[in-house]
Design a binder for this molecule. Structure first.
Ligand code: SF4
Length: 428
């Protein structure tokens, strides 16, 4: 059977799509580039917030409306897990599955040429690939519906399995492996290993063959000294950390049921910057959480200005059904949320641009992602990629004069900062 997977949502969903693809490939099914050529179209959906669910619904409707004669369209993932009855109502959807349903989807597709030994390396990956180290979440954040979708317990994958999955990603073309989870710092918590993540990173560095390892989604308060040491001293680990902090006001954080000791947060940022003066730190914030006063929002602005994150995103709070925050009575007016969002985004963009300016003149190693043959308006060859300071999909890009193929590392000198992006040239 020829199949195509359409993936929405976060990097964790990308890893699930990859798992579905590998399970199908093992059974003899083959991916196709053009949707019209597929016998089976699989939509892997996101259900994190209202907008994501709406996007998932629209994508399902489009795929169902555009289906070819004899083509099947099936829907899986978070949205399908929580609102399956709505998916079923869409005319033209053949089947629905919840999360982690790769085996059921493979059974639905049926086995093809099951006797043949088809290597798992048949599906390529890009220069950067995600490795999901655990799933589920046992944290009590009052705004988040992920534990309700993914399960309220951490489920860490065994280190041996992750090392072999990482090796396989490298064989399939990945130079960078990005570790993802709902909370990556909880890795190994179920078996009582407080340093599970640090130990896993050391093993991946020693055994996976990846040139770069990057860590996303660290939980404040769990960035342990041994984790900082491993990030600082393991050559393959990018001096980069994503710590979603969600707010800068202790009272809002308390209502969010998030770590609210701002001295601890500041201490963590200091420790990271002392151990790695060149580290790039990314975070995300939520504005307009129920009850957020002007003064609490001011605390967030002050904190964001003071902490000088290299990269930061901000989301407007939206109530999620079944979460404690959705039932809080003091919801913020939409216009106030939007105004605060714009104000915070402007501040974050300023800080990020200033930090980018400081990169001018630096020589950095860049992982090339662009296809060959791109040129500037003047006809000069140009490539695009990322240094250790940019994570795929969420941060900016580096554009450099010069030539190289995707997946190659080149040294570049930064010539100019352009907002979130950098302009550079390849150096010999
Ligand atoms: S740690 Fe992240 S995934 Fe877990 S409940 Fe909090 S926001 Fe949601």
């Amino acid at each position: 059977m020829r199949y195509q997977i359409v993936t929405l949502g976060c990097p964790k969903n990308t890893t699930d799509s990859d798992r579905i693809a590998r399970t199908l490939e093992r059974q003899g099914h083959r991916a196709v580039e053009r949707r019209v050529d597929a016998d089976l179209v699989i939509l892997n959906t996101c259900g994190f917030i209202d907008d994501a669910r709406e996007e998932s619904r629209q994508a399902a409707e489009i795929l169902a409306a555009e289906r070819q004669p004899d083509q099947q369209v099936i829907v899986t993932g978070c949205w399908s897990q929580i609102e399956r009855e709505q998916v079923i109502e869409i005319d033209g959807i053949d089947a629905t599955f919840g999360i982690e349903a790769w085996q059921e989807i493979a059974e639905h597709a049926g086995a093809v040429e099951a006797e043949r030994d088809i290597p798992e390396t048949s599906i390529g990956v890009g220069p950067s690939a995600y490795l999901k180290i655990s799933d589920g979440c046992a944290r009590p954040c009052t705004f988040c519906n992920i534990p309700g979708i993914k399960g309220r317990q951490f489920r860490s994958a065994q280190p041996d399995a992750l090392v072999s999955e990482a090796r396989e990603l490298v064989v399939r073309g990945a130079r960078e492996i990005v570790l993802v989870a709902q909370d990556s710092t909880a890795y190994g918590a179920e078996w009582g290993d407080a340093n599970g993540l640090a130990r896993l990173i050391e093993r991946l560095a020693a055994e996976s063959g990846a040139d770069w390892l990057r860590l996303m989604y660290a939980y404040p308060g769990f960035v342990t000294p041994s984790l900082v040491e491993v990030i600082a001293n393991t050559p393959q680990v990018c001096h980069y950390l994503d710590i979603p902090l969600q707010h800068g006001s202790p009272t809002v954080l308390r209502r969010m049921k998030r770590p609210h000791n701002m001295s601890m947060v500041r201490g963590t940022l200091d420790r990271l910057r002392t151990a790695m003066p060149d580290i790039a730190i990314r975070t995300t914030f939520i504005v307009g959480f129920p009850g957020e006063t002007e003064s609490e929002f001011g605390e967030l602005l002050d904190f964001a200005a003071e902490a000088e994150f290299d990269r930061a995103g901000a989301f407007v709070y939206s109530p999620q059904q079944g979460t404690p925050a959705a039932d809080m009575t003091d919801q913020i007016a939409e216009s106030t949320k939007q105004r605060r969002h714009e104000e915070l985004m402007a501040l974050l963009a300023d800080v990020s641009a200033r930090k980018n300016e400081r990169q001018v003149g630096r020589r950095l190693s860049m992982l090339v992602e662009s296809e060959p043959g791109q040129t500037t308006e003047d006809g000069d060859p140009i490539i695009a990629g990322r240094t250790y300071r940019e994570a795929a999909e969420v941060d900016g890009l580096v554009f450099a004069l010069g030539e190289a193929n995707p997946g190659e590392f080149v040294d570049v000198e930064v010539l100019e900062a352009m907002g979130h992006d950098l302009w550079a040239e390849v150096i010999d």
